[in-house]
Write a protein that binds this ligand. Structure first.
Ligand code: NAD
Length: 501
């Protein structure tokens, strides 16, 4: 289940049973990565770094493109494994997760060859200064279970394209597609040790990877709570971090919006991946004049969503990641209802869900105050909560009244409202009349408690590099005029004249 130094390796941690959350059945067992595997993977990455760093970008790009092809050749298997281990619909895995990850590999193959930064120039008399963009060393990356392949891709590709070597720790619940990624890298010709993949739990393997003295950067995607622990551990050794954390995205529907478009956007945006998406629409903020029409249309659309067997291509939404997580999601809805909220649809396990499965129905909740737990906390399930507003200022205030700031959308037919929402909403991404699309060329990452550092795009590539100032003296002779500030000697007059100054 682990790939270290280009070879499959058994773990030395406790045995873990992989469960298919859509059925509750066991898929198999494996031993988690323990401290031995963390150490071995970091040692392998460290040994591989000097040579990998010296490869030219064109050669790294060629390997990345070969890796993309190797992934494409296993696309069906990737989609099947992703769907089985997460419970997400096969349709989502094959049409979104797998092509998204492959496109990301091809994007970073190109990004590796694109030089950014200042050009060489003279900033000190008689010299040329230039900037070298260089990799950092061994990167330790930690990925969550919601999009195991895409999160691995977003971490691995910019890091290795930039010349770093990496140890990726996938979630113990979803190790399958990260392992296939590592196998595809070997098949594509990546040198052993450049990409090591382990699967283990957070407190053991994750914590050890962050704390490891040879890991110079920790790149983490997961909850804000764990992200802060990662930050603390990295602070103790003073190393870099890159944090993609939780979200509670608002979806603001102004009074001039196309209600049908907004309702469809809200349903797709809140139910994608069973709502286990950090950018999912979770808080609908709807002008009072449209509130009833919007809510009724969302209920109709949600009730038409097919929840069931993820392997059936007719299924819209599979199960959540586990029964424990489903119960956590259900708990938010039950407590909201007990406090007077109205559950307009869903709020239950579908009647025909297999025993032991982790399904939950698409849910719309209204009638909550903005201090309600379900309005403020990340539910991470197929649950949309809607509240009305009266003025544009109030809508923006509500959108920003959250510790999170990952993504948001605004629905309007007026340009000035769209631009105002784009400027005033505190989030790393603001969609106008859309919710969800993320592309390899554009940055993804949070404001506020949603983290810092960008995934995707050239900005992400830059995160995995450091820049070095190189100054080259162009003159002849041993003496430099500025040194007179520090010292002068009677010998100065005897030294030859400099040819340039
Ligand atoms: P999580 O924080 O529980 O776990 C994420 C990863 O961290 C897992 O691999 C886990 O094993 C590891 N981990 C746990 N404790 C650790 C520790 N002490 N030290 C090091 N690693 C540790 O998150 P999750 O439940 O797997 O994923 C859901 C969360 O991820 C949600 O909050 C979601 O918003 C967030 N997320 C964010 C983005 C983004 O781009 N901002 C994308 C996907 C998911």
């Amino acid at each position: 289940m682990h790939v270290i130094d280009g070879r499959p390796v058994e773990g030395t941690g406790p045995e873990h049973t992989l469960i298919a959350p859509a059925t509750g059945e066991a898929l198999g067992t494996y031993r988690l990565a323990g401290l031995t595997e963390v150490d071995a993977a970091v040692a392998s990455a460290r040994a591989a770094f000097p040579d990998w760093k010296r490869t030219i970008p064109g050669d790294r790009a060629a390997l990345m493109l070969a890796l993309a092809d190797a992934l494409e050749a296993r696309a069906d298997e990737l989609a099947r494994v992703e769907s089985q281990q997460t419970g997400k619909s096969l349709r989502l895995a094959q049409d979104f997760d797998v092509p998204g990850a492959i496109d990301n590999a091809r994007f970073f193959a190109g990004a590796a060859r694109q030089l950014t930064g200042t050009a060489a120039g003279t900033y000190w008399p008689g010299s040329t200064s230039m900037v070298r963009r260089e990799p950092l060393g061994v990167v330790g990356s930690i990925a969550p279970w919601n999009y195991p392949l895409q999160m691995a891709a977003w971490k691995v590709f910019p890091a290795v394209a930039a010349g770093n070597t990496i140890v990726l720790k996938s979630s113990e619940l979803t190790p399958g597609t990260s392992r296939i990624l590592a196998e595809a890298a070997i098949a594509a010709g990546f040198p052993p040790g450049v990409l090591n993949v382990i699967a283990g739990d957070g407190p053991t393997a994750g914590q050890a990877l962050v704390a490891h003295p040879d890991v110079v950067m920790s790149s983490f995607t997961g909850s804000t709570r764990v992200g802060r622990r990662v930050m603390e551990a990295a602070a103790r050794k003073g190393s870099r971090i890159h944090l993609e954390l939780g979200g509670k995205a608002p979806l603001v529907v102004f009074d001039d919006a196309d209600v049908e478009a907004a309702a469809r956007g809200a349903v797709a945006g809140s139910l994608i991946n069973g709502g286990q998406d950090c950018t999912a629409a979770t808080r609908a903020i709807v002008h009072r004049s449209l509130f009833d029409a919007f809510s009724e249309r969302v209920v109709t659309l949600m009730e038409g969503v097919t929840v069931g067997d993820p392997a059936d291509l007719a299924t819209d939404m599979g199960s959540l990641i586990s029964t424990a997580h489903r119960d956590r999601v259900a708990g938010f809805v039950t407590r909201a209802q007990a406090s007077g909220a109205t559950v307009r649809c869903g709020g239950r396990t579908p009647a025909d869900a297999p025993a032991g499965s982790a399904h939950y129905s698409p849910t719309l909740v209204t009638g909550v105050g903005t201090d309600a737990e379900i309005w403020r906390e990340e539910v991470f399930g197929p649950v949309l909560v809607a509240v009305p507003f009266d003025t544009d200022d109030e809508a923006i205030e509500l959108a920003n009244d959250t510790p999170y700031g990952l993504a948001a959308s605004a629905w309007t037919t007026t340009t000035n409202r769209a631009l105002r929402a784009a400027a005033d909403i505190e989030a790393g991404c603001v969609w106008i009349n859309e919710h969800i699309p993320i592309v390899s060329e554009m940055p993804h990452g949070g404001y506020k408690a949603s983290g810092f550092g960008k995934d995707m795009s050239q900005y992400s590539f830059d995160e995995y590099t450091q820049i070095k100032h190189v100054l080259i003296d162009e003159t002849d002779g041993p003496r430099r005029d500025w040194q007179d500030i520090v010292f002068t000697t009677p010998d100065d007059a005897a030294l030859p004249e400099r040819t340039r100054q």
